[in-house]
Write a protein that binds this ligand. Structure first.
Ligand code: 2DT
Length: 212
């Protein structure tokens, strides 16, 4: 049954540790889908361009100190301020490739020791992704890639904790890709999964909300 009115873009999220390749793969996926003639945009969280985003950016650069709960809620607020635009884009048929989302929010804050249910609460009601791609890489391998930019969180010991949090968060709906394989192999696997999701949403699929 093909309900044309339900046709929309797909909400596709990439998650993973720092240096897992999310940003590079996002831009490859963007070009790939554009090449196929799809309407698509690349987004990322935190979105450092908003007022809240600037507070987050200064925190990440260690230029300001904030209580762990406070920064958690700012990351969440940063998604809420983009929520309605996100819905508008999706309903108008634009697919969004999003580099980090609520799962980063919960994984990073719970890695600091905050209660996981408390971390999830402010995310309830945000749009649920149609596809979560987890770029899986051992923290040690990610660290070997170098290029940790010196921002807060970019340390092996902390990344190990984040990896553990992601493991708790992951459910059967996530698609996991071995991110330490050659870049082109990872790209190939991602293309297939993404195209599948875009096609499903194009045919018609209702939007749902986190966490369900
Ligand atoms: P980038 O290096 O990808 O810009 O991320 N983070 C991110 C959180 O702690 N909570 C969140 O909700 C999000 C989206 C992950 C900057 C850092 O911010 C962390 C790395």
């Amino acid at each position: 049954n093909n309900h044309k009115s339900d046709s929309r873009g797909a909400l596709i999220v990439l998650e993973g540790l720092d240096r897992s390749g999310k940003t590079s793969q996002s831009s490859r996926l963007l070009s790939y889908l554009e090449g196929l003639g799809h309407s698509v945009e690349s987004w990322r969280f935190p979105d450092r361009n908003t007022g809240v985003g600037q507070m987050i950016s200064s925190y990440l650069a260690n230029e300001s100190q904030l209580d762990d709960h406070t920064i958690h809620l700012l990351f969440s607020a940063n998604r809420w301020e983009k929520r309605s635009l996100m819905e508008t884009k999706l309903r108008s048929g634009t697919t969004l490739i999003v580099d980090r989302y609520s799962f980063s929010g919960v994984a990073f804050s719970s890695a600091k020791g905050l209660d996981i249910e408390w971390c999830k609460a402010p995310e309830i009601g945000l749009l649920a992704p149609d596809l979560v791609l987890y770029l899986d890489i051992p923290p040690e391998k990610a660290a070997e890639r170098g290029g940790y930019g010196g921002e807060r969180y970019e340390q092996l010991e902390f990344q190990r904790k984040v990896a553990h949090s992601y493991q708790i968060l992951r459910d059967g709906s996530w698609k996991t890709v071995n991110a330490w394989l050659p870049f082109d192999d990872v790209e190939k696997q991602l293309r297939e999964m993404v195209l599948d999701s875009v096609t499903t949403c194009q045919k018609g699929k209702s939007l749902s909300k986190l966490w369900s």
